[in-house]
Design a protein around this ligand. Structure first.
Ligand code: SF4
Length: 363
């Protein structure tokens, strides 16, 4: 009994020491980011939430200009909730994962209409909002409201794998890494928001994926991965299967007035609700020779020798689109999601990256 009490005390002391080192480092080296509040000031939950949604699957460098643009256009939750859906989608164009933009807008409406424009503070209530998963709920609760949650992003996973020398491969060890992070966070109420951001910063700037800068790391003394000389090889990763390859046609169809045919993609599914050029179905690359044009384009005469290609990589597959350019068409029976538009300003639609690549081909 006495020895387990001593063991617990020692553990608690180690945890306090770890957190002290992390926070002391943060006080000197915290990154200055547009969504962070200056020292001593309360963070704005709208800024924290907006940045965390944008940072899902996206780097800080890519997010900063989008975050600043959104704040200029919609400085608070009310302004964003009252924005037109299409304006939000257009402002998001290029950041990818468009479901995030739709959920962002829906979430803003829910917070305005059902919560009087005030974000809930607790993880559980945040988790019930559109577009907020477990990581984002924990991050917003900790950073915006200083609640002691267990925030574990990719950077923090890497630190945990190295600090505790976990040698099994990701993704199978995610739970284990979260449990390690929890052991360091649980019931620790000292500056939880700063602690989470400090670990994120250490992961981004010191405990980096390829060459960790262990020489300047504030938690080096207790890092098992460093002490065993295996840090840079952690976390190990299971070998990824090759991405599936898909193929499709991209249509550049003009009418006699020189307007081009555009398509609004269905709300659900990949690139849902965005505007772009029409495409055929996207089939497995092995089926490319059997791919037929969409039914309503089958009568169109396409210029046979135009074989410009666009290659784009999505998270779960790579896509090759082969361009089919039409001679000017007189009339076309098309569904309500298709419409003609002047070529001069189609760039203003805020196309997703795959269609921006098509515009660069000067079709
Ligand atoms: S000592 Fe090295 S491996 Fe360990 S946490 Fe610090 S940077 Fe990462």
């Amino acid at each position: 009994m006495t020895s387990s009490k001593t063991g617990n005390k020692r553990k608690l002391k180690e945890i306090r020491e770890f957190r002290k080192q992390v926070l002391a480092w943060y006080d000197r080296h915290a990154r200055i980011l547009p969504w962070r509040s200056p020292p001593g000031q309360k963070p704005d939950p709208y800024h924290v939430w907006l940045s965390e949604i944008m940072l899902q699957q996206t780097t800080v460098g890519a997010v900063i200009p989008y975050f600043e643009k959104f704040l200029r256009k919609w400085p608070d939750i009310k302004a964003l909730a009252n924005a037109e859906r299409q304006d939000v989608m257009s402002a998001w164009a290029g950041l990818g994962y468009y479901t995030r933009a739709r959920n962002l807008h829906t979430c803003a409406k829910v917070v305005l209409e059902e919560m009087n424009g005030i974000f809930p503070e607790e993880e559980k209530a945040l988790l019930a909002l559109p577009g907020i998963g477990p990581y984002t709920a924990a991050a917003v609760s900790a950073i915006a409201f200083n609640k002691p949650t267990n925030v574990v992003d990719g950077n923090i996973e890497r630190i945990m794998a190295r600090y505790f020398a976990v040698t099994e491969p990701l993704p199978g060890i995610k739970k284990k890494l979260k449990a390690h992070a929890l052991a360091l966070s649980n019931k620790q109420s000292e500056r939880p928001g700063d602690y989470a951001q400090a670990l994120m910063d250490i992961g981004a700037g010191i405990c980096t994926p390829r060459t960790p800068k262990c020489g300047i790391c504030p938690i080096q003394a207790g890092c098992k991965g460093y002490n065993q000389g295996i840090a840079k090889d952690l976390p190990a990763r299971a070998v990824k299967p090759l991405k599936p390859q898909r193929f499709g046609f991209l249509y550049w169809i003009q009418d006699k007035e020189g307007r081009v045919l555009l398509h609004r993609r269905p709300e659900k599914g990949l690139l849902g609700g965005t505007y772009g050029l029409p495409t055929s179905d996207w089939v497995d690359a092995s089926e490319r020779d059997n791919l037929e044009h969409l039914k309503h384009f089958q009568e169109i005469r396409f210029e046979g020798d135009d074989r410009k290609k666009i290659r784009h990589s999505f998270t779960h597959f790579d896509l090759e689109l082969e361009v089919r350019r039409s001679a000017p068409v007189k009339s076309l029976k098309i569904g309500k999601d298709y419409f003609w538009h002047r070529t001069e300003d189609i760039g203003d639609f805020g196309f997703p990256s795959v269609f921006k690549k098509a515009l660069k081909l000067n079709l």
